[in-house]
Design a protein around this ligand. Structure first.
Ligand code: DGL
Length: 278
């Protein structure tokens, strides 16, 4: 029974394809683990929706992944992580990890000035989840946060460097840069793609924290601690499911994952699962 569980895949969901940046780090850190990725492309974006709606979406994504026999759930979406982790942990009987706690932990480790910046979608920033997670670890740390909504469509378009994105980045980041922070958390799946531009605008003296990298190492730790590491092989199987597939998806998805995706399956969880009552 234990071996069956060890060999089971890790489930990852995101509101869309941005979570492939987390899958990419998982593949690097845990090359022997099978991964099932669900991108809720039919209902993206989550970053501008209410917490109640995002929790309902997260629940149906989790039900789908659990039906595929996953041993651990990774909520790769920062927005979903910031509002739905307590509900998912209470409702489902598998280990659940979001990206907020790992990102917060890393930021607290690297700050010297006790002043951390956090950028994310409006929903993530409004939830205050990063601020709470950082203050839980060290109440003396001051957190300065800022929503950067235009970064998501820019990354989706592949506009990650150049004059236009730099102009947008300056507008968002100049106030936060001048507030005395020494660490900036990239609190959104899409922002690692803009890392070079963000670093250029804030300057080398500010350390960027990528939640995706830290999440992957924490997942490894959880699997080791629970004796759930798949040590039976060195290569892995990856299955990608989307709730809607657009023409441009394959090329955009390849950019996020950093490798070509050969096969994507479409799944209809949207029409068959309960929608939030409004
Ligand atoms: N995946 C979302 C996040 O990390 C960004 C895209 C969206 O708004 O759904 O917050």
């Amino acid at each position: 029974m234990k071996n069956d569980t060890k060999n089971a895949p890790i489930g990852v969901f995101d509101s869309g394809i941005g979570g492939l940046t987390v899958a990419k780090e998982l593949i690097k850190t845990l090359p022997g683990e099978d991964i099932i990725y669900l991108g809720d492309t039919a209902r993206v974006p989550y970053g501008t929706k209410s917490g109640r709606t995002v929790i309902a979406y997260s629940r149906s994504n989790t039900e789908f992944l659990i039906s595929k026999g996953i041993k651990l759930l990774v909520v790769a979406c920062n927005t979903a992580s910031s509002v739905s982790i307590p509900s998912l942990k209470a409702e489902f009987d598998i280990p659940v990890l979001g990206v907020i706690e790992p990102g917060a932990k890393k930021a607290v480790e690297v700050t010297h000035k006790n002043k951390i910046g956090v950028i994310g979608t409006p929903s993530t920033i409004n939830s205050g989840a990063y601020t709470k997670a950082i203050e839980n670890l060290n109440p003396d740390i001051e957190v300065i946060s800022k929503p950067c909504p235009l970064f998501v469509p820019l990354a989706d378009e592949g506009w990650v460097e150049g004059e236009i994105v730099e102009r947008v980045a300056e507008e968002y980041l100049n106030p936060i840069k001048n507030s005395g922070i020494d660490v900036l958390v990239l609190g959104c799946t899409h922002y690692p793609l803009l890392k070079n531009t963000i670093q250029k605008i804030v300057g080398e003296e500010i350390t960027l924290v990528d939640s995706a990298q830290e999440t992957a190492s924490q997942i490894k730790q959880i699997l080791v601690n629970k004796d759930l590491l798949n040590d039976s092989k060195t290569s892995s199987e990856r299955n990608f499911y989307l709730t809607d597939v657009s023409d441009t998806f394959i090329s955009v998805a390849g950019r996020f994952l950093g490798e070509k995706i050969d096969k994507i399956e479409m799944v209809d969880i949207v029409g068959t699962t309960a929608q939030p009552s409004l």
